[in-house]
Design a protein around this ligand. Sequence first.
Ligand code: ATP
Length: 356
Amino acid sequence: MARIDLDHIRHAYGAKPTRESDYALKEVHHSWNDGGAYALLGPSGCGKTTLLNIISGLLHPSEGKILFDGKDVTNLSTQERNIAQVFQFPVIYDTMTVYDNLAFPLRNRHVPEQDVARRVTEILEMTGLSDMAKRRARGLTADQKQKISLGRGLVRNDVNAILFDEPLTVIDPHMKWVLRSQLKRLHRQFGFTMVYVTHDQTEALTFADKVVVMYDGQIVQIGTPAELFERPSHTFVGYFIGSPGMNLMDAKVEGASAVVGSQSIPLAATHSIGSGKKVELGIRPEFVRLSREGMPVTISKIEDIGRQKIVRASFEGRPLAVVVPEGAEIPAEPRLQFETSAINIYADSWRVGPEG
Ligand code: ATP
């Protein structure tokens, strides 16, 4: 497995990019650890597939270099990069048996037949396809075929990286959960470097140790699920991760307080913010408390989602969501408080850390 360095990579699909907006992928400059499990997460069109295809060699970047373990592979083909790929839709041989499909990548590299048998048996068990080993792939359902594709991606353990592009789209919801957990276990066991593209936050957060959040052709944050939840670097991360997403409201920061409408909210520290920036206060709905004391709030709706309630409210004329645990009392005339340590301050959408 390999460390992956993305060295000042940019990509434009058009011939002569002149403006920043001509780039489908704006500058990416990062190192991804050998043996890391990374999820590329973001909405449709943000550049996830473009970045994955640059890593796999299906696409040559307009600018920059890509290195595997320090070796420049920018001009190498997918084959020469020695990676495994699993796509959104199954790529298998219909006329071969399930077993032979799984054995193919190994036999192709002249792996001894006894090792082929051992690996294929493991993968058959992992994907729940053992009973079908001798059947031809042709008659199988779409999700059975996709499990073969997934198995083919995992069968070799000498690859530099395994790349997955929304591999569970055609799999039914229960099996999705099973396969995701198995992928995670395999990762712990074998330490593959894995890059997994998805637009589904649950999939990204359960699969990856590092989630790479993309927005509008940029990487806006690379972090653990806890970091993305507690300290979103960009307002997009706050809004995109979590359900409901982070509350964001226009604010003015004065010393160690933020002013929202007519309310002054204490902050844990002072923040240095240049002039002329759009300043916002961000707080997740889980860290807003409804009580008998605090700032005035008007409740418009309460949604009961089982273990929690989502309270939709208006605070200083701005919409605000509050997550209330099951059984917690909502006062008849509620007021609200923000947990100071959970407040984040943003200037022009980027988080500003506390001073000192
Ligand atoms: P999705 O989840 O829908 O696949 P994505 O995050 O993978 O989206 P990309 O497919 O990488 O996004 O696309 C990024 C941008 O590049 C989009 O604006 C898209 O329209 C554009 N794009 C992608 N492929 C091409 C292409 N072959 N030619 C021109 N523009 C392209």
